[in-house]
Design a protein around this ligand. Sequence first.
Ligand SMILES: Cc1cc2nc3c(=O)[nH]c(=O)nc-3n(C[C@H](O)[C@H](O)[C@H](O)COP(=O)(O)OP(=O)(O)OC[C@H]3O[C@@H](n4cnc5c(N)ncnc54)[C@H](O)[C@@H]3O)c2cc1C
Length: 485
Amino acid sequence: MRKLAINIVWIKRDLRTLDHESFHAAESKNIPYLPVYIFDNDLIDYPDTSDRHLGFIYNSLIDINKKLSSFNKEVEILYGPSLDIFKYLITQYKIENIFSYQESGIKESWQRDIKVRKFCNENSINWIEFQRDGIIRGIKDRKNWNKNWHIQMHSQIIENSFKKQKKLKFLNKFPLPKKLINRINSNLNSFQPGGESMAWKYLKSFCNKRISGYAYNISKPEKSRISCSRLSPYISWGNLNIKLVYHHLIKLKKKNKNLRSINAVISRLHWHCHFIQKFEVDCTYETDFINKGFNSLKRKNNIKYIKAWEEGKTGYPLVDASMRAVKNTGWINFRMRAMLVSFFVHNLDQDWRDGVYFLAKQFLDYEPGIHYTQFQMQAGTTGINTIRIYNPVKNSKDHDPEGVFIKKWIPELKNIPKEFIHEPWLISEMESKIYKFKVGKDYPSPIVNLKETSKHAKEKIWGHLKNKKVKDEKKRILNTHVNQK
Ligand SMILES: Cc1cc2nc3c(=O)[nH]c(=O)nc-3n(C[C@H](O)[C@H](O)[C@H](O)COP(=O)(O)OP(=O)(O)OC[C@H]3O[C@@H](n4cnc5c(N)ncnc54)[C@H](O)[C@@H]3O)c2cc1C
């Protein structure tokens, strides 16, 4: 029997229906199409992935399907190795085209794509990959990158209009196991819910109200939870693309209010793509020092320190509260993320690679292109960025002066007066009795000495900057990853 000719829309980190080039391309053809999402088991077993990510993706798919079901274009949710799934699909249909976005992912997703590309070539399938958010594949430097990014951002939004098609008969031999669905849907309550509809709610509530506090509160761990956009998971998983947010903000600018904040968010949208572009060019950011001169930087692996950091039990309240907040809610502001990394590598003297996957799993907005590049930047191992060692006590006093955030996440400290909340180890024996609280018993004593470890870290990292190899690598990195104009 002749197989039905169809196209495939392969959804990856573009879990939306608006401004979606793959849907647009499929709609313009005169044969039916099948949208698919593949939970590739090789990728979901990788150490960067957690149930909170899978739950966000799953609920985004449910949301898309609410929109597409009336057109008989629901996304088929599949589970298994991508190649096996495509092999199965060609037993059912004659696939003419696969439409998808390019993915600037980790090495594993790149290798998956190489296999799928070979399979497409062997089976005369035309796989068209669209550019994502102004990120360009195969470039060697940043000449004209900014200009192209702006052209992309100012291009028209694609108003996808869906036409009804006859329901495709499809026997899903690779369904997502029920057990897995139940697992990923449990404990989702404390996270931002996934989906395009939710993304627009967040964007609108930010633009209509929350943005007024953006610039002022961005570094504050508690207030930033409201006044930052909180769009990151929606952008990272593609419920929104950068262009949609950009257009919305440009329109908002016309109202002539909150201009400082709007401009600050727009520049961060640009950073978002700038960091992903680095990763697109060099995905070894995930596993290797981007500046090879740092290969000789030795750290003292200490399992107890790593465990204390992961559990939020280092004895430094702001570090611990930040870790507990991100574990519980999937989000923390930029400064606290940077401080967590700085404390891990500089004060605890641990290799950044021993903490990088742990945080990837906690961040609901995990985006490889930003995560690994930012991690190395905060670890001070790029050789091109200013090295910052964040002092958790100073940051605590500056950004959580009343200890509101700390008390929220560290109930052990809730009865401590604010003069001790940043440094509970300063409480005297006598005061300990009054507050019925003892450092070392009710809350850990600091696991390292801040002053000594910071001094040692400065000598270590700045000492390294003088190495010839670090300097040579700096030139290479600047030439490749930075617009030097
Ligand atoms: C070690 C480390 C790891 C990080 N990992 C991620 C990650 O996996 N995914 C992720 O989206 N962000 C990551 N960030 C960047 C940043 O912390 C988050 O984007 C931001 O906190 C998200 O909150 P928001 O959406 O309210 O941001 P807003 O301040 O409202 O900014 C709007 C958008 O701009 C982008 N953005 C903001 N800050 C940055 C930045 N510094 N670099 C690049 N893009 C930015 C995000 O897409 C964000 O949603 C990381 C930062 C550090 C220090």
